[in-house]
Design a protein around this ligand. Structure first.
Ligand code: PMT
Length: 408
């Protein structure tokens, strides 16, 4: 459960859309993460879900009326807006979007948003033609110009049995965006390039050379960097994982493709973290047709792939921070140090791939961090947690580099 939500005041505005029921799940998740969730429902929202559902899930009274006279409700629109750390309008109907875009203080939700200082996140959900109508699009552009963040709806089959863009995203897709909004932005303004997953080197239409990397470690690093305010580009080999919506993801298959994608973004990246498991070799010949058993002579001719990290080390620009990973099965420190030096890295994170509880595929990892002048053993924790610990050290390295640049 994400710790960033604990104690944070989250105001959720629920408006009239069939997707309102989905937001009940969001409220439940946030309440379990110990967020202090207040819900405002518009009149139309109450046609879809009852306030009782949201108050049962949030443990708080649901706000519906501008003119309730209970003392705690007097000036509710000012208090709710003033206290919130973040405001999420989900689902945001076309009507509420139009109201907010035009400053129409017609109900408790629109008045509260007008009076608020907190960052506002709008999650539109509606019929696909309503969403793409120029009136809605114009209103959304207006909201963006106010500094609100509009989270694009998903595509797919809608409740009205039409297909297209307009579905409210799942919690997993928006969670990172809200965590980023509430997190400490120590990587703000920094471009971070992360690689993840395996590469796949084809032999014929049926076969390839690859390795056991699932992408979990690299995706955890990309997600953590995104939450901490970085502009993240993720170059990933084939995996089944989903990247946060705000991360620029580039999918590749082979080491050569990874090389080309990495080199395209490397010079504009302040921090590069290479957690991908790149195939060191590829097949010399790629067959157009499936090779028959009888044709196979017992050996496969291989060709060396480029060492992407080594090339990055050679091309490293002043102020750039280059972090490698090392997958080792013995003599972790010795092998790690060789790579740290040979590839001109600021730090290398060595993991033991022989253990059942660290390295490839599993959800946890333990890292030995090596720099030119030190070493540190990080404990066995989730890949999400260790990604954050790794980034703490990266932030330290960046600050040291900045200080030494200033003193020149
Ligand atoms: O994806 P998961 O299932 O979560 O597993 C995580 C992991 C074990 C893959 C990850 O933690 C890890 O160790 N990644 C590095 C794997 C690896 O290729 O290690 P290496 O020791 O072979 O390579 C050293 C470094 O050089 C790595 O940063 C690698 O990305 C880079 N390299 C290697 C070969 C090559 N041709 N080009 C490279 O850039």
């Amino acid at each position: 459960m994400a710790r960033v939500y604990a104690g944070k005041r989250i105001l959720i505005g629920v408006t009239g859309s069939v997707a309102a029921f989905k937001v009940a799940g969001w409220v439940s998740t946030l309440a379990k993460a110990e967020a202090l969730v207040s819900v405002i429902m518009t009149e139309s929202a109450r046609q879809f879900v009852t306030p009782l559902t949201f108050s049962a899930l949030s443990g708080e009274k649901v706000h519906t009326d501008m003119f309730e006279t209970e003392s705690s409700e007097v000036m509710a629109h000012i208090n709710l807006g003033r206290e919130a750390d973040i405001i999420i309008i989900a689902p945001a109907s076309a009507q509420t979007i139009a109201r907010l875009a035009n400053g129409m203080a017609e109900d408790l939700l629109s008045t509260t948003v007008l009076a608020a200082r907190a960052p506002v996140y709008i999650c539109p959900a509606m019929n696909t033609r309503m969403f793409s109508h120029p009136a809605t699009q114009l209103n959304l552009e207006k909201l963006k110009s106010f500094g609100y963040t509009v989270i694009d709806p998903d595509e797919g089959m809608m409740a009205c049995k039409e297909e297209g863009k307009g579905r409210l995203p799942e919690w997993d897709q928006v969670d990172d965006i809200f965590q980023r909004a509430l997190s400490n932005h120590d990587l703000s303004g920094k471009s971070v390039l992360v690689t993840a997953g395996p590469t796949r080197e084809p032999i014929d239409p049926a076969r390839f050379l690859s390795n056991r990397s699932s992408g979990k470690m690299g995706f955890a690093v990309a997600r953590a960097a995104y939450r901490r305010g970085a502009e993240v580009t993720l170059v990933s080999g084939p995996t089944s994982l989903t990247a946060p919506l705000g991360v620029k993801r580039i999918d590749i298959q082979t080491a050569i493709e990874m090389h080309d994608a990495v080199m395209e973004y490397a010079s504009s990246s302040r921090i590069i973290i290479k957690s991908a498991a790149v195939s060191d070799y590829r097949a010399r010949t790629i067959f157009d047709e499936k090779v028959k058993k009888e044709q196979i002579k017992g050996s496969l001719e291989l060709e060396k792939n480029p060492d992407i990290l080594k090339e990055l080390g050679r091309r490293k620009k002043e102020g750039q921070v280059l972090i490698g990973f090392a997958a080792e099965s013995s003599r972790l420190e010795k092998e790690g140090r060789k790579k740290l030096q040979a590839k001109n890295l600021d730090m290398i994170a060595v993991n033991n791939i022989k253990s059942d509880s660290t390295g490839f595929e599993v959800d946890n990892n333990q890292l030995l961090l090596l720099t030119a002048d030190g070493s540190e053993n990080l404990p066995l924790v989730s890949k999400e947690r260790i990604a954050d610990m790794l980034l703490d050290r990266v932030v330290d390295i960046c600050s040291r580099e900045q200080r030494s640049e200033l003193s020149k």
